[in-house]
Design a binder for this molecule. Structure first.
Ligand code: CA
Length: 228
């Protein structure tokens, strides 16, 4: 399957055309004919790409795009029948990713769909999260840990440990999970986890006797969460 597409279009002929052609090329297609139905569809089953007609009966496509961008980053391709530069610029300013002008060639539309999908996949891969727990800030992209204004130097293993905890912030990670993730399969000495955790805490916790960031869950594992 190529992915899922939400077609927001009130013209039955264009609806049929897009639905038939995109389905034939392996996309799963959902069609709605107004902006409010589009908001529900995006909430209920978020598509990979939205094809958004500019002239809709309830809210125009550009305004729809602006509203959508307040809470969703799903790629939007505007479908306009006005070959107006002004409209295209407004659409892109409101957060649309691209546009096609009716009547369009199916091959052109497909190329644009592939291109926005690629871009959004690349963007979600290339923006590594920054996790903040109280004043502790773990920048996974830059391999950088700070507490307030203070830079904290960690060894590679200590960073691996805090990274795994940060990627799963608030979840309890078992000793086994940490062992397998950080040391790899075949390593079975749980004491290594406790020892590494001890040294990591020494670096990041202001008070070792009362850890603020990494909490112990006795008998189970550890969790990174905002201390009270
Ligand atoms: Ca229309």
């Amino acid at each position: 399957m190529e992915g899922s597409i939400l077609v927001v279009e009130d013209d039955p002929r264009t609806q049929r055309l897009l639905s038939t052609q995109l389905t034939a090329r392996g996309y799963s297609v959902q069609v709605v004919d107004n902006a409010n139905a589009a908001f529900s569809a995006v909430t209920n089953s978020p598509p990979d790409v939205i094809l958004l007609d500019i002239g809709l009966p309830d809210i125009d496509g550009i305004e729809t795009c602006r509203k959508l961008r307040e809470w969703s980053s799903i790629p939007v391709i505007l479908v306009t029948c006005l070959d107006s530069l002004q409209t295209k610029i407004r659409g892109l300013d409101m957060g649309a990713d691209d546009y096609v002008t009716k009547p369009f060639q199916m091959s052109e539309l497909l190329a644009r769909i592939r291109s926005v999908t690629r871009r959004s996949a690349a963007a979600s891969r290339s923006v590594p999260p920054v996790v903040e727990v109280g004043d502790l800030r773990i920048d996974l992209g830059k391999h950088r840990v700070t507490r307030g204004a203070e830079e904290i130097a960690l060894t590679r293993m200590q960073f691996e440990m805090v990274k795994e905890l940060a990627l799963n912030a608030d979840a309890v990670l078992t000793y086994e999970h940490l062992l397998q993730t950080i040391w790899g399969r075949g390593y079975d000495d749980i004491r290594a986890v406790h020892a590494l955790l001890y040294h990591l805490r020494k670096r990041i916790e202001p008070d070792l006797s009362n850890p603020r960031y990494i909490k112990s869950v006795p008998g189970i594992g550890y969790t990174l969460r905002n201390g009270e």
